[in-house]
Design a binder for this molecule. Structure first.
Ligand code: ATP
Length: 345
C-alpha cells in the first residue's frame, strides 16, 4: 500500500512535535526514519498508524484520505521495542491472535488460522517452538514472534518502532540481516524507526533523516551518506570532521595557506568544509596542510588521530592504519570530491 503524508503538522499542547512534514512511501519499500531522540520519529509513525491525528495536513492510503480512519481500518501491523506478547498464550496463540479476534464475518476458519500461523512460524524460523510461552524464548526469538504476529493479519503497512532496541549488539546485527531478507521475500510496505544509523543504512531502501520535527533529507542510503544535504546530516550519518575555511580568489584557505580545493561557486568569506575521517591522505601534495598529532584513539579497526591544523586553532580527526606519536608533524591532502562545503551561517 502506498502511503502519502501531506504537509502534516502535529502539536501537543501547542508544542510542535512535527512541522509541515511531507513524505511519500512507495508500495513495498522499507523506509527507515532516523534521527536523534525527540526528532519526531515515533510521532510520525503514530500518525501513520492512526494512533494520533494530525493538527493540520492529511495522510493518504493509496488515493484515499485516511486521516480520520481508525487503526483497524488502516490494517496496520505493529512491532514495538518491548515485545508485548501475551504472556499467558503460547507462541502459536500469540501469532494467531489478530485473526482469531476478527468479527465472525471476516474470521477465517480455525483450521485455516492454524495453518497460516504455522506458515508464519516457519517464515520467522521458529518451527518447533509453537507450544512454548513467551518467557521460554530469548529476546531475539520474542521479537521474531512479534513480527510474525504483526504479519498474520496481512497488514497494508508494517510499522516497526525500534524493534531491536532492547537487544544486545550481536543479536541486533543478526536480526537486521534477517529482517532485510524477510522483507525481500514478503514485500510489505514497511516503516522502521531507529536512532541507529548503521541499522538504518543496512536495512532500508530509503532513509529519512529527521531533526527537530522536520525531515532533513530523504534518499537511498548511499546517496545520503555520500551527499549529505546539511551539516546536521553529515555529522549524524557516519563520522565527520569539520574545518572552518575562508573562500578567497576561488580557493579555500586555512591559516594563511591555500589547501588545494577549488571553491566552485561558493561566495567569498567564511565557509565550513566537511569530510569523512577516512577520506584524507597523508601525502606531500602541492597544497597539502600541515597537522600536528594531538591524540589517538581506537575506533573499530582503525586509529582515529586528532590533528591540530597548522596556522589555525582547529582540530580535525582522520583515520590512519598505524600509530602516530603525539607531537608528530604530518602533511595531509583531501581526496578529490570527497568533501562538502556548506555556508558558514
Ligand atoms: P525517541 O528516539 O526518544 O523515541 P522520537 O524521535 O521518536 O524520540 P517523538 O517521541 O516523536 O520523538 O517526540 C517528538 C517530540 O514530541 C518530543 O519533544 C516529545 O517530548 C514530544 N511529544 C511526543 N509525544 C508527546 C505527547 N503525547 N505529549 C506531549 N509531547 C509529546
Amino acid at each position: 500500500m502506498e502511503v502519502r503524508v501531506q504537509n502534516v503538522r502535529k502539536e501537543f499542547d501547542r508544542f510542535p512535535a512535527l512541522h509541515d512534514v511531507s513524505l511519500d512511501i512507495v508500495s513495498g519499500e522499507l523506509i527507515a526514519l532516523l534521527g536523534p531522540s525527540g526528532s519526531g520519529k515515533t510521532t510520525l509513525l503514530r500518525l501513520i498508524a492512526g494512533l494520533e491525528t494530525p493538527t493540520t495536513g492529511a495522510i493518504f492510503f493509496g488515493d484515499t484520505d485516511a486521516s480520520e480512519w481508525s487503526v483497524q481500518r488502516r490494517n496496520i501491523g505493529f512491532v514495538f521495542q518491548h515485545y508485548a506478547l501475551f504472556r499467558h498464550m503460547t507462541i502459536l496463540e500469540n501469532i494467531s491472535f489478530g485473526l482469531s479476534v476478527r468479527p465472525r464475518s471476516t474470521r477465517p476458519p480455525a483450521k485455516e488460522i492454524r495453518r497460516r500461523a504455522m506458515e508464519l512460524l516457519d517464515l520467522v524460523q521458529l518451527c518447533g517452538l509453537e507450544k512454548r510461552y513467551p518467557n521460554q524464548l530469548s529476546g531475539g526469538q520474542r521479537q521474531r514472534v512479534a513480527l510474525a504476529r504483526a504479519l498474520a493479519i496481512e497488514p497494508s503497512v508494517l510499522l516497526l518502532d525500534e524493534p531491536f532496541g532492547a537487544l544486545d549488539a550481536q543479536v541486533r546485527r543478526e536480526l537486521r540481516k534477517w529482517l532485510r531478507e524477510l522483507h525481500d521475500r514478503t514485500g510489505h510496505t514497511t516503516v522502521f524507526v531507529t536512532h541507529d544509523q548503521e541499522e538504518a543504512i543496512e536495512l532500508s531502501d530509503r532513509l529519512c533523516v529527521m531533526s527537530q520535527g522536520r525531515i532533513e533529507q530523504i534518499g537511498k542510503p548511499d546517496r545520503v551518506y555520500d551527499h549529505p544535504s546539511s551539516p546536521f546530516v553529515f555529522g549524524f550519518i557516519g563520522s565527520s570532521s569539520e574545518l572552518p575555511v575562508t573562500v578567497e580568489n576561488h580557493e579555500l584557505w586555512v591559516g594563511g595557506h591555500a589547501i588545494g580545493i577549488p571553491a566552485g561557486d561558493t561566495p567569498p568569506g567564511q565557509a565550513r568544509l566537511f569530510f569523512r575521517p577516512h577520506d584524507v591522505d597523508l601525502i606531500e601534495a602541492d597544497a597539502s596542510l600541515t597537522g600536528v598529532v594531538s591524540a589517538t584513539r581506537r575506533v573499530g579497526g582503525t586509529r582515529r588521530v586528532e590533528l591540530g591544523i597548522g596556522g589555525s586553532d582547529h582540530k580535525v580527526e582522520i583515520d590512519l592504519p598505524f600509530d602516530h606519536p603525539a607531537g608528530e608533524k604530518t602533511r595531509l591532502a583531501f581526496r578529490p570530491r570527497r568533501w562538502t562545503l556548506f555556508p558558514a551561517a
